[in-house]
Design a protein around this ligand. Structure first.
Ligand code: URA
Ligand code: SF4
Length: 252
C-alpha cells in the first residue's frame, strides 16, 4: 500500500470513531482535524522494509553459500507448506567427499523428531545394504533427502514442494562432492533425473550429475514391504561396488 492509501484508511477509521463517539455521547459529530500524513509515511516505510527483507530471503542464492549457511537456510526455511508441520528440518549428514551420497525422499517421523536423516527402520535397513560393500555413514557415506521437511502422514512430496526444496539438495551435492550418487526411490530419481520411468527401468542405467555418476535403486521402505526387491537391490549394490572398485563379498 502506498502512503496515500494508508492515509485514507487511517482517515476513514478515525472518522468512523468520531461518528461512533458522537453517536454514543449524543453530541454533534465533528470530523477530527488530525493530519495522518506522517503516520501513514511511517507505516509505509515499515512495510517496504519488511517486503525487502522477505524478497531478499527468497532471492538469497544458494549458489556460492557454504554448507553452514545452507544448513542455516534450511533450518529456517518456509518456502513450502511442509514447513508448517515439521519439528526439525532434516538437512543431511555424513562424510564430506564421500564415496557415495545417498539421496532419499524426505524425513519420516523418526527423522522429523531427531533432525537426522534415515534413522528409522528404513534407514537401518539402508545401512544393511551398504555395509557389505564397505560403505558406512561414519566413514565414506553422506545421506540426504529431496525434501528437508516431513510430509504429513509420510505422503509423497508434491511437485511444488519438491521444486521449492530442490535447490538445497543440488547445492548440497556440489558442497559434498561425492564420487557417486545413489538415488533411492522414485521420488529422488524423478526429481534429480527429470525422468518419469519407474525405478525398475531407471536402475538399469547410469546418469550423470555434472561429472558425478548417478545410480538409481529402490527405496528401503519399499523393499521392506516387498521382499522380492531385495535381489535387485543387491545387484545394484554390487554394481556400485564395481563402479567404485570396492571389493564385493563372495567374490574370490
Ligand atoms: N525415508 C527417506 O526417504 N528419508 C529418510 O530420511 C527416512 C526415510
Ligand atoms: Fe523449505 Fe524444503 Fe522444508 Fe519446504 S521442505 S519448507 S522448501 S526446507
Amino acid at each position: 500500500m502506498g502512503v496515500e492509501e494508508i492515509k485514507q484508511v487511517m482517515e476513514t477509521f478515525s472518522d468512523m470513531c468520531d461518528q461512533a463517539k458522537a453517536c454514543i455521547s449524543g453530541k454533534p459529530y465533528v470530523s477530527s482535524p488530525y493530519d495522518f500524513t506522517k503516520a501513514a509515511e511511517s507505516v509505509a516505510a515499515t512495510e517496504t522494509k519488511a517486503q525487502t527483507a522477505q524478497e531478499g530471503h527468497a532471492a538469497m542464492d544458494v549458489d556460492g553459500c557454504s554448507s553452514e549457511e545452507l544448513k542455516a537456510m534450511v533450518a529456517t526455511c518456509s518456502k513450502c507448506r511442509l514447513a508448517q508441520g515439521r519439528h526439525h528440518a532434516v538437512y543431511g549428514e555424513g562424510v564430506v567427499k564421500p564415496l557415495v551420497m545417498v539421496i532419499g525422499e524426505g524425513p519420516g517421523a523418526d527423522e522429523d523428531a531427531t533432525g537426522r536423516p534415515f534413522v528409522g527402520k528404513a534407514g537401518q535397513y539402508l545401512d544393511k545394504w551398504l555395509a557389505p560393500i564397505g560403505l558406512f555413514r561414519d566413514k565414506n557415506v553422506y545421506i540426504a533427502n529431496i525434501v528437508k521437511c516431513r510430509p504429513p502422514e509420510n505422503r509423497t512430496p508434491e511437485a511444488d514442494e519438491i521444486a521449492s526444496c530442490l535447490p538445497y539438495v543440488k547445492r548440497q551435492i556440489v558442497l559434498v562432492e561425492p564420487k557417486l550418487i545413489l538415488l533411492s526411490g522414485a521420488t529422488a530419481a524423478h526429481a534429480l533425473l527429470g525422468r518419469l520411468e519407474g525405478v525398475g527401468r531407471l536402475r538399469e542405467q547410469t546418469f550423470q550429475y555434472g561429472s558425478i555418476p548417478m545410480v538409481v535403486t529402490y527405496h528401503p521402505a519399499g523393499v521392506l514391504r516387498n521382499p522380492e526387491l531385495r535381489r535387485p537391490v543387491w545387484e545394484d549394490m554390487k554394481r556400485i561396488a564395481r563402479m567404485l572398485s570396492l571389493p564385493i563379498p563372495g567374490r574370490g
